[in-house]
Design a protein around this ligand. Structure first.
Ligand SMILES: *Cc1c(COP(=O)(O)O)cnc(C)c1O
Length: 373
């Protein structure tokens, strides 16, 4: 490099175009103050944003600015441009969709995670990311009284996904793999079952995984799936030459908080060879309390389970805990090792590589916020 070039010399003497660690310290304090102020005043704000479509975009310049701006301007724009278009999910008067609680330790942990900037595709890509994830997910097994077999120290294990929809989709991919191992039926002949009250993510997961059909099973007067109706639907599909392959029970449906009888559904599903998944995305957190655990009776009989700490456990989005009773079909279905991903630790088989437990390769350090909370 020619250090005598006049243009380069003047660039070297002007301040660097990026934020220095010292400036980051200063602006970081201002941002934390901004968040704390927001939490203090949130109750005085209207819950729902009242902007019209396009209002927020109209406040933005047509092209990205060429020149840097002082950081204070960005904070001012946060109040001027962003806040009018914010619907306040953390407001005490928030009763839409579902609760998505946040908490200061969770936000601080996510900040650290962003600062570290890890991408934990393999154990060796950052051992702490993987080991803390396995460990806190094992803690949750005890906290929610889930089967011991679901611990990473046993045949199963837990993994953090981005959403319950991802978790259910991945369960269906594992179910598809296991069904294909057991017979030579094409995936278009595979049928998935869930209750008419189940979350739309079950249907979507079935579409993405290529299942041939989804049957929405009739519910009783408490909106719970009727096991006899499930059995009848399975029998009809077998008679029609189809392959019943997957059933999703829900513990706490989104619209009606209905609880399917997991144990009775298992008695229908297991003999028929179906993969049984439980969607407890919203209500799963309640199982911390012993008095609610009767709602998950029969949980030791299922193949996979999802609940979202990002809904009701004070962990900010995204943090979806997905468990399998046997990790074999899951990792067999999703494991593909490119030459550049081979490494000594993985080759020994003594570490968990979470890329084999999810669709994406890269993954954030989500476990830190779960741990801190
Ligand atoms: C919220 C919810 C989902 C979807 O959760 P995401 O994490 O947004 O995909 C799925 N199932 C149930 C029962 C839910 O309450």
């Amino acid at each position: 490099m020619d250090s005598t070039a006049p243009g380069l010399r003047s660039e070297l003497t002007s301040p660097p175009p990026h934020m220095t660690p010292e400036e980051f310290r200063q602006h970081g304090r201002a941002v934390i103050d901004w968040i704390a102020d927001y939490w203090e005043r949130i109750e005085s704000m209207p819950v729902a944003s009242t902007v019209a479509p396009g209002d927020i975009r109209a406040m933005l310049p047509d092209a990205a600015p060429e020149e840097a701006e002082p950081f204070e301007n960005l904070l001012a724009d946060l109040d001027r441009v962003v806040m009018p278009g914010v619907t306040h999910w953390q407001h005490p008067g928030w009763f839409a969709y579902f609760p998505a609680n946040n908490s200061p330790p969770s936000v601080l942990a996510d900040t650290v995670s962003a600062g570290l900037g890890l991408i934990g595709l393999l154990w060796s890509a950052s051992p702490a990311l993987t080991e803390i994830e396995s460990h806190v997910l094992d803690w949750l097994v005890d906290l929610l009284d889930l089967p011991q077999q679901w611990k990473s120290t046993s045949a199963g294990g837990g993994v953090l996904q981005g959403s319950a929809s991802d978790s259910t989709h991945v369960a269906m991919v594992a179910a598809r793999y296991r069904a294909r191992q057991r017979g030579s039926q094409p995936v278009e002949r595979m049928v998935a079952y869930t209750s008419a009250q189940a979350h739309s993510s079950v249907h979507k997961g079935a579409n993405v995984a290529g299942f041939g059909a989804v049957r929405l099973i009739d519910t009783d007067e408490r909106f719970a799936m009727r096991p006899a109706a499930l059995r009848a639907a399975i029998d009809a599909d077998v008679t029609a030459g189809l392959l019943p392959a997957f059933v999703c029970s829900t513990v706490g449906t989104t619209g009606t908080t209905a609880v399917d009888p997991v144990d009775e559904i298992a008695q229908v599903a297991s003999p028929a060879g179906l993969w049984h998944h439980v969607d407890a995305a919203y209500a799963g957190t309640a199982m911390i309390c012993e008095e609610f655990r009767h709602h998950q009776r029969g949980i030791e009989l299922v193949d996979s389970y999802v609940f979202n700490p990002h809904k009701w456990m004070m962990v900010n989005f995204d943090c979806s805990a997905f468990y399998v009773a046997d990790r074999g079909p899951l990792t067999d279905a999703l494991s593909i090792t490119a030459p550049y991903l081979r490494n000594a630790a993985s080759d020994t088989g003594s570490v968990i590589d979470y890329r084999d437990w999810q669709v994406p390769l890269g993954r954030r350090f989500r476990a830190l916020k779960l741990w801190w909370v």
